[in-house]
Ligand binder design. Structure first.
Ligand code: EPZ
Length: 444
C-alpha cells in the first residue's frame, strides 16, 4: 500500500488542542436557535463502546498500554476511576492518547456507587475472575428505559465453571481455573460476548461463543485481545472460538471511530436539509444507517474514511427496525425518531433490542412531534415543522435526539440535564458550531 493510500485509510484524527472537559453540572443546559442548515466537515472521535471493554482487558495482563483516539468522555473517566480501585493507573498523554499501567493490580470489589452510574462497569467481571479467580461486582440495577438484565453474563461465567452467587446486591463469582465450554444464547448480547471473550482468553481449553455479538466494538475488543496474545477465531462473526492461554501481554491500540457519533452528525445533516461530511469514520460500520438515510431521500457519498450526507428540505417517511449488528442500531433509534418527526408522511420505528427505549418521545412531543407508542413500536406522523421549547434529556441518545429536534425547531430549544450528553458525545456543541449551528452550552 502506498504512503498516500495508507494516509487515506487513516481513521484516527490528530490530537485536538487542549480542551475544557469539565463535566456538566445538573443545572447546565444546551441552548439552540433552530433553523440553520448544517454545512461542512466534522471529525468523528474514537468509539466509547469500544474503549470501555478494551480498558478492562488491561486487567488480564500486567504492564503498560498506550491507547490512541480515546475520546474525552465522562464514561471513560468513570471506567478509569473504577479501574483505579484495582490499582490501574492512567495518564493522558494528550487529548487523545492514554497510558494505562496495570503492573501492580490487586483484587477489589466494583462498588454499587460506580456501577449504578455506568452499566458498562460489568465488563470487569470476566477479567477479574480470569485474573484473580474471584470477582465481586455490584449488580447495576435498573436503567432509565427499563430493566437491563445481566443474566447472560452470569450464566456464561457459570458455563466456564465459575460458582456465582448474588450476595447483598453483588455478583460474587469464584473459580480456581475457568474451563472452556460451548456457550450459546438466544439473545445476542454485546456486553456478555465481551465479558466472556475476556474470561475465556485465559481459560483452560477452547470456548465457543455461539450467537456472539458481531458489533464492531466487540470485533475491536477481539482484535485487541489477539494483539495481547489471545487465540481467537471468527472475529467479527457470530461464532467466536477462543483457545485459552496464560501467556497474555500488554499491547497498544488505536480506538475505532464512533459509529453512533458519526451517525448522529449525519442525521443532524439530514434533519436540517444540510450537507455534512463526517471524517475519520469507518463507512462499513455505518451501512444500515446510511441505507435508511438514502431510503428517506438523502444523498450519501462514501469515501475511504469519509461519509457525506446531503438532504432535501423534507425527507420521505420510512420504516426502521432496530436489530443486532449489522442491523440498524438501537443507539440511533432516538435520533431517527427526531429525524422522522419532520418527514413528509407516517414512519414506523420498531425497537427489537429494548422494549421500552422511548423516554425521548414525551420530550420530542414538547417540540411538536406527533408520535404514538404502542409497545416497542412508535408511529411517527411527520409534521411540517417543530417549535423550540424547554426539554429535558433522559439518557444519552435521548439527549442527542433532543439536540437534533432543537436544530430544526423554530425558535429556541433549551435542553436540560445535559450531563447525559457528556457521557458519550465529545464537545458536541463545538462540533455542531463548526457546522454552522447556533448552539451553546450555558453553565449554571
Ligand atoms: C451495549 O449495551 C451498548 N453499551 C449499548 O449502548 C447498546 O444500546 C447495546 O449494547 C445494544 O447495542 C456498551 O457497549 C457499553 P446488550 P449492552 O447486552 O452490552 C438483553 C449507548 O447508548 N440482555 O447487547 O448492555 C438486553 O436487555 C449504550 O451507548 C439480556 O437479556 O447491551 C437487551 O435487550 C446504551 N441479558 C439485549 O440483550 C443480559 O445478560 C442486548 O443488550 C444482557 C443483555
Amino acid at each position: 500500500m502506498s504512503v498516500k493510500a495508507k494516509a487515506k485509510r487513516e481513521t484516527v484524527p490528530p490530537a485536538a488542542p487542549p480542551q475544557d472537559v469539565t463535566e456538566a453540572t445538573g443545572m447546565d443546559e444546551v441552548w439552540i436557535e433552530g433553523g440553520r442548515k448544517l454545512k461542512g466537515t466534522v471529525a468523528v472521535s474514537g468509539s466509547k463502546n469500544a474503549t470501555l471493554p478494551i480498558l478492562c482487558a488491561t486487567l488480564l495482563a500486567p504492564g503498560i498500554y498506550r491507547f490512541t483516539n480515546v475520546p474525552a468522555l465522562r464514561d471513560i473517566t468513570t471506567m478509569l476511576e473504577l479501574l483505579s480501585l484495582f490499582g490501574v493507573k492512567s495518564r493522558r498523554e494528550d487529548s487523545r492518547a492514554l497510558f494505562v499501567d496495570s503492573t501492580s493490580i490487586h483484587n477489589a470489589e466494583a462498588p454499587y456507587d460506580l456501577v449504578k452510574t455506568m452499566r458498562a462497569s460489568i465488563y470487569v467481571l470476566g477479567p477479574l475472575l480470569a485474573r484473580f479467580g474471584e470477582a465481586r461486582v455490584s449488580l447495576p440495577g435498573g436503567c432509565a428505559w427499563g430493566p437491563r438484565p445481566v443474566d447472560l453474563h452470569i450464566r456464561g461465567m457459570q458455563r466456564l465453571g465459575a460458582e456465582v452467587e448474588i450476595e447483598h446486591g453483588y455478583i460474587v463469582a469464584r473459580s480456581d481455573r475457568l474451563r472452556g465450554s460451548v456457550i450459546s444464547s438466544e439473545v445476542s448480547s454485546v456486553g456478555a460476548t465481551g465479558n466472556l471473550l475476556m474470561a475465556a482468553a485465559t481459560a483452560e481449553g477452547e470456548t465457543v461463543l455461539e450467537n456472539a455479538a458481531c458489533e464492531p466494538e466487540i470485533e475491536a475488543l477481539a482484535r485487541f485481545l489477539a494483539d495481547m496474545g489471545a487465540k481467537i477465531e471468527g472475529m467479527g462473526t457470530s461464532r467466536l472460538a477462543v483457545t485459552g492461554t496464560k501467556a497474555l501481554y500488554p499491547a497498544d491500540a488505536p480506538m475505532i471511530p464512533d459509529r453512533i457519533e458519526a451517525g448522529t452528525f449525519l442525521t443532524a445533516a439530514a434533519i436540517t436539509g444540510g450537507d455534512v461530511e463526517a471524517t475519520y469514520v469507518e463507512p462499513g460500520h455505518l451501512d444500515s444507517i446510511l441505507a435508511k438515510l438514502e431510503e428517506a431521500g438523502a444523498s450519501v457519498q462514501v469515501g475511504e474514511t469519509t461519509v457525506r450526507v446531503r438532504a432535501p428540505e423534507r425527507l420521505k417517511p420510512i420504516t426502521v427496525t432496530t436489530a443486532p449488528y449489522p442491523g440498524f442500531p438501537t443507539d440511533m433509534q432516538a435520533q431517527f425518531m427526531a429525524l422522522l418527526s419532520v418527514a413528509d408522511g407516517t414512519s414506523t420505528i420498531v425497537d427489537t433490542i429494548y422494549q421500552d427505549r422511548f423516554t425521548h418521545v414525551a420530550e420530542l412531543q414538547r417540540l411538536g412531534a406527533d408520535i404514538r407508542v404502542d409497545g416497542n413500536c412508535a408511529v411517527v406522523q411527520g409534521v411540517p415543522s417543530l417549535g423550540g421549547a424547554p426539554v429535558m434529556a433522559t439518557d444519552l441518545r435521548a439527549s442527542a435526539a433532543l439536540i437534533l429536534g432543537g436544530l430544526v425547531a423554530r425558535g429556541q430549544t433549551r435542553v436540560s440535564r445535559i450531563y447525559h450528553l457528556d457521557r458519550g458525545y465529545e464537545r458536541i456543541e463545538e462540533k455542531l458550531q463548526g457546522l454552522g449551528a447556533a448552539i451553546r452550552r450555558v453553565r449554571a
